[in-house]
Design a binder for this molecule. Sequence first.
Ligand code: AMP
Ligand code: GLY
Length: 423
Amino acid sequence: MRILVLGSGAREHAIILALRSEAETHAIFAAPGNAGIAREAHLVDLDPLDPTAVLEFAKTEAVDLVVVGPEAPLVAGVADPLRAHGIPVFGPGKAAAQLEGSKTYAKRIMDAAGVPTGRSARAGDLAAVEAALDAYGAPYVVKADGLAAGKGVIVTSDRAAAITHAETYLPTGAVLIEEFLSGPEVSLFFLSDGDHVAPLSPAQDFKRLRDGDEGPNTGGMGAYSPLPWLTDRFGGEDEFVDHVTRAIAEPVIRQMDAEGTPFIGLLYAGLILTEQGVRVIEFNARFGDPETQVVLPRLVDPLSRLLLAAASGTLEDEPRPAFADATAVTVVLASEGYPEAPLTGRVLTGIDRAEEVDGVHVAHAATALQGGELVATGGRVLSVVATGTTFAEARAAAYEGLERIRLDGGQFRTDIAARVAQD
Ligand code: AMP
Ligand code: GLY
């Protein structure tokens, strides 16, 4: 197949590595890509946010499938003209991408579909913010309504901090005040063709910057998959996945279809397992980063086949995606100053040596070659990924790989998958 992947993160590198691991050889184009992706795909100088330019490229190059990695091009409507021209595209159109682009839209869909989520109130001014904060009580959860690159959410017991956060995002329209939910978090991905869903294997993300879940929320500092502890709570991964499929994914997909905005692409369910049951904390309209880096290496089936089936409306004909028993752990290396103000342009070395560790590969995020040197160009720089038989093995390999990489001021968590590696 001729496949165009839009995006430039470690998630897109992971998607491309999965496509490359297939028996079939594909022609892969990436826009804009990064220094790691450049080794696997033809980099294309194309703005993923420009639907017309993407369509022209896809037509000129006779692309068979477009895979949209990040949320911004989806919300900008990159999928619509492709679909209108009959080019299979894995990713929802502008209207359906509101499931991620607007938290109030997502809440309305969940409400209409009867999907369990925390109570919330939309607040358009400070008085409404204060009233909602006091109605739910501490800890306070305040969310920007629109896309905010992982920075839109604050969870805090400090009422003044909650109000300051709301004041930052009120000028963009409105904020959402939500009741605080407590329990372990799970990211579960579903491929959707607008009508049918196919679940992938669950993962856990580490959202906070520092060890022990301290510090600000980030895009994600590490992840592991599968989640062995689901067995205690649900009897097994399959039982859990079946439950979420029936109670959450299918009702949402049916509701969106009924409203004339079918969701074609990746439905990311961000879940919290409360004492009262599974609750949705957010939906995303694309693969998670860094969860994808630990889910796709375990996928047994050819990814291109599944993505094409979703994009073409034929998911029902596919067997449920199968996953290897192997464990996978990823640790993210971020630049100094991330997430507030990452310092960029610093030299990055040791990736080749990291990949010499058994079971380890590196997914590049913000990297570029400048004057023959590899430099970090953004907040999350790369994901060191390790697979193993046990979590202890995968985790030790991931950290050994990471130790071999040098980036001045680089930050990473030292406790990714620590608990599951002990069991
Ligand atoms: P979101 O961007 O909505 O996924 O929120 C980012 C992170 O904030 C989540 O992964 C949770 O750790 C936390 N969070 C969001 N909503 C809630 C909530 N209602 N209760 C507790 N924690 C939350
Ligand atoms: N890792 C969280 C996300 O992709 O949104």
